[in-house]
Structure formats: structure tokens, C-alpha cells
Write a protein that binds this ligand. Sequence first.
Ligand SMILES: C[S@@+](CC[C@H](N)C(=O)[O-])C[C@H]1O[C@@H](n2cnc3c(N)ncnc32)[C@H](O)[C@@H]1O
Length: 192
Amino acid sequence: MAASYDRRASRWDRVLGLDAGRRWVCERAHGDVLELGVGTGLSLPHYPPEVRLTCIDATSEMLAVAQQRATELGVIADFRVGDAQALDVDSASVDTVIFTLSLCTIPMPARAIGEAWRVLRPDGRLLLIEHVRSPNAVIRTGQRLLDPLFRRLEADNLFREPLEHVRRLGFRVEELERSACGIVERLRATKP
Ligand SMILES: C[S@@+](CC[C@H](N)C(=O)[O-])C[C@H]1O[C@@H](n2cnc3c(N)ncnc32)[C@H](O)[C@@H]1O
């Protein structure tokens, strides 16, 4: 999907305000930052210049686009192919873990958030934006109908609830915002 991702993403960005969400997430990053499921790097323009950034994705095709974008933007980052569910990263070694709209695609989001917990230092920060189940019953019914299609065509799950895993692991939720009829969730949480 690497070649067509940006074009398809920009449609949803306009409808759901996703790029503003990426900015919200990335501007809260600090220190050693690990972005999981970076895709084509649509988050890259939004990072503060002083962060030390490592970006991981499952596919080299997406990473190649992200690397090209980083070069054009003058963003320095380490790009690695990897699995967010089983990271080749030392425990307690990063200050910030970021997911921007990747937990809807990563097959086992609970495991990926568990890995975020493992690699974060105490007081480390988890930041994410994701589309989730709407609290509005009519919209939720629409999401339920569309979910099989999205999963099949885009590997995109419309019924993920990352907050449940974040709370279960013991993260302290510091900021939580919903927008776009409750479909889009932004979260800042701290590992105690
Ligand atoms: C919907 S895209 C989101 C891309 C980008 N973060 C954004 O904001 O547009 C999901 C990304 O997660 C990646 N991904 C899926 N499963 C993964 C895994 N297990 N580990 C790392 N990345 C994964 C996909 O390759 C894809 O690039």
C-alpha cells in the first residue's frame, strides 16, 4: 500500500482531522523517541527538532517512503524494519513511544502496547492517536457494517480500543481527548 497510502490517508485526514492529531501527539514527544508503525512518515514534520527519533515499521516499502520524506524535511531519524509486537529494543531505554493510527493495523495491539510499556523508562510517555468505536450508536452501527470491508481492503480494524490495554497495563492517563463524533482518540499516558 506504500505507493497509494498518502493519497488515501489525505482523504481521511480531511474528514477526521487526523493530521492535527498527529501534530498533537508528536509535539508532546521528548528525549529518545520510538515511533511504531511509522508508515510513510506523515508524522515526521511534527516532531520537535531536539528529539532523538527511531522509527519502526513492518514493511521496508513504507519505510522507504518515510526515509525519503525525512531527507526532504531535513529530519534525522533511524529507520528500522521491525515488529511492534516483539521489539528488538532494550527494556527501559526510551522516553517516548508513539503510535499514530498504527494500532488499528498491528495484529495484536495489546502486545504492542505491552512492548511500549517494556521499553519505556519510568516516567516515560506513551502518546497515541487512533480511530476507535464511536460512542454514538448510529455511527457505531455504520462502523460495524464497514469493519469487514476495511479489514479486508485496508488491513484496518474499526473496533479497536487501545485505552483498555493502556489502563490494564497500569499507565497513568494524563490527557484524553475525543473528536470527530467520538471516533478519533488522542491520548497521553505515563508509565509510573
Ligand atoms: C495505517 S498505517 C499508519 C501509518 C502512520 N503511522 C500514519 O500516521 O499514517 C499502519 C502502519 O503500521 C504498520 N504495521 C502493521 N503491523 C505492524 C507491526 N506488527 N509492527 C510494525 N509496524 C506495523 C504498517 O506497515 C503501516 O505502515
